[in-house]
Structure formats: C-alpha cells, structure tokens
Design a binder for this molecule. Sequence first.
Ligand SMILES: [Zn+2]
Ligand SMILES: [Zn+2]
Length: 440
Amino acid sequence: MKSQKFTLSLLTLIFGCYAFGQNATNELPVSIEKEFSIHKNVQQHTNAIFDSLVKIRRDFHSYPEVSEQEKRTSKKVAAYLESLGLEVKINIGGYGVVGILNTGKIGKRIAWRADIDAIASDIPDVVDFKSKNAGVRHICGHDVHTTIGLGIANVLASQKENLTGTVYFIFQPAEEIFKGAKAMIDDGLFDIINPDEIYGLHMSPSPTGVISTKSENIYAHRAKIEVAYKNSINKDAAIKYTKELISKLQTYEPKSEFWDDRNILNPELGVENPNTIYKDYIAVRSDFHIDQSDDELKISTVIDASHMNKLNSFLESIKTEIGHSNFSKDLLSVEFSFVLEANKSPMNDKVLTNETMNSISNIYGEQSVIPMFGVAPGQFGDDFTFFQKHTPGVYFFLGGSNYEKGIISMSHTPNFQVDEECIKTGVNYFSSMIIERLNN
Ligand SMILES: [Zn+2]
Ligand SMILES: [Zn+2]
C-alpha cells in the first residue's frame, strides 16, 4: 500500500476497533463440520507449518529489499515454490515470480497476488529480528504478504488431490513505486497465466482475526483538478473566485470531523459503520497551485472523491458555476487527471466480493469478515488495480494489530508491527476461499 501522512493514535485504534475486534479469535471454529472437512484439513496444515512460516517471515523482515531490487526475496520465494512441486517462472517484470499449481483436473483458474518489496527508512526497527539492510525496512507488511502467499501455496499443494483447476501465485515486485504490477503485465504475465479471478490482501490496523473489504473502490479516487483560463483574464479576481468555488463545492467543512484521519476506524464515523462519513464525499486535499504561461492561467488542487461519478459531477458543477459567472468567456477547460496517470484504488468486482465474503464468513464465522461502507481519503493505492483491469477480483484488508500487546499494524508508520497470528488467519481464510472458488 502506498500511503502518506496517515497517523493513528494507539488510543483511537483501541477504541476504534474494539467493537468489531472483541469477538475475533484465532481459534477458528468450523461451523458446518461435514461440508467443510476440507477446511479442517486447511486449518490442520496451517497449524503444522505455522512456526516455519513465522521463521520465513522474520527472515524476509531481516533482509528487506526496496522496489526493483528484490533479488534475494525473489530467489527465496522461487526456491520455496519449487520445493512444493509447483511450476515456477522467474524474473517477470523485474524480480517477479509466478508459481503454478496445476491439479491436472479441468476447472477454474484462480490467481493470488503477494507484493514483496520493502521501503527506505532510517528509523530503527522496533522488533528483535531487526532489518540487517541499513536504511531499508518492511514497514508496509509485504514480508507478511509474501509469507502468507507461500503459506497458501503450501496448504493448497497439500490438498491438490481434493482440488480441481489451477492456482497461480503471483509474487510482485515494486508495489511501493506503483510499477511492479504493470511491469509484470507488460513482460507477458498474462501470456504465462490466464486466470478467471484474482485476489490479494494488504495488512490493516484492524485486529488480528478479521478481514474487511467492500465492492468497487476501496480507497478514495485521488485526482488533480485543473481549471484553465485565457491569460487575458483579471488574474487576482479569477484565482480568488475559483479557489472559493472549489472549496464551496466540497462536501465537508475544513474544520469538520472528516479531516481527522483517526476517524477512519472510529465505530461511530468510520468506514465500517453503515452510516460512515466516508461514504459519499468530495474533499479538497491540498493547497491551490497557480501556474501561468504566456497563454494560460491554470489553477489546480488535489481532491479525494468517494466515487467516480462524484468526481465527474464535481467537474460539471465547476463548469456550470463558472459558465454563469463573470469569468465565463475566459474559461478554457476544467479537467481532472490521476497521479502517475492511473486511478490508484483497487476496484473490487461486486459479485466476487459478495461471494468471497460470504464463503469466508460461512467457514470461519461472521465475526471474521467486516464489511466496509466507505473509503478512506488520502494518498492510498495499490497497483493490484492493474491486475484487476485484466481479471476481475477482490483486494482484502487483513487485520494485524493486537492492542493488548501494543502491536499496531499501521503501514508506513515507524512503529509498524504485526501480530504474527495474522499469518495463520491469512493462510486459513484465503486457502479456504480459493478452495471454494475452485470447487464450486
Ligand atoms: Zn503495502
Ligand atoms: Zn506501502
């Protein structure tokens, strides 16, 4: 996950997640025993390999590698997949690795993606198994994502006789710089694999034992809005008018509760409440930037929108208002563009989101799956969205915090840590989910 300027206090997190977290447990009850015996196998196998997965995760954590330099990680991943008997392809779009688990029986083709890169950071590591690579740390949890991907591959390989179809495991480099997914695709990923559906996860500050997601975008659409006038205009007046207009058209007052990032997980206001304040909004996120050339005066700012249609209608409203103003005759254009020329939010398929949330909830209990009703504003994104442009799929959040132990899995914060029990949660839930997708 790419993020910026996102801080959450320990207290708010404890408060914010308690209502949902209190029933979550890592002892995973199988609700309908007879039908779900394969999921008992999953849980037994996960328990059996759990200690080895923790070791693997700590090894990745101790040897983090920044985007496009994931040489060691990639080698370890490939060797592990080979040891499971998977067909392995390496060096796809840089250090990308793909493992193919072919059951030999005709069936669905499901892809699972894990990102493998770490982040440049000089702040000392907070765990005992500290980073040995100076200036690099796994503070986005991709060491955990990679480990869970390997764990799922191990569990599903152990159940191969009971499965149909094919599972592809994609280990993607360079997520932090929003390049790796596209690089893998440009390097022919979809010539090697041909998935019907694709899934992946990211750590979240929710408690261990729960996952959450929603259909469609899971982060705000962040875009740059630009209003261009002919340079003959009365500049000072036009700048003043345009700033006031755009500020007026946003849906939250600059001093409202919306702007406190700690409210994103607040049970009263946050994204997990059906009436969340993060459900339906347009918010101006940065100061205005003025750009003058010989021909044009451009006024721009960055906004977050909860929905694409909100963004489009915001643009129309600006055009309409300016069209009725004194500046009408000098208006050249009103446009928006995305940072890095791409909409950064993963876009979850509606049907698959509902079906997968239901299947995990049926197997592991209702308390394990938290639906989201809104999207966090901010500079968040994941280039998983590039895979979803090709193949429908779902991106999940996996809780990794343990408030009693003081562990907060808030990505990109200096104190980022995870409760390693979340590895078990991830391997169990998503192995079972993939089995349900393959066999039903
Ligand atoms: Zn990340
Ligand atoms: Zn990140």
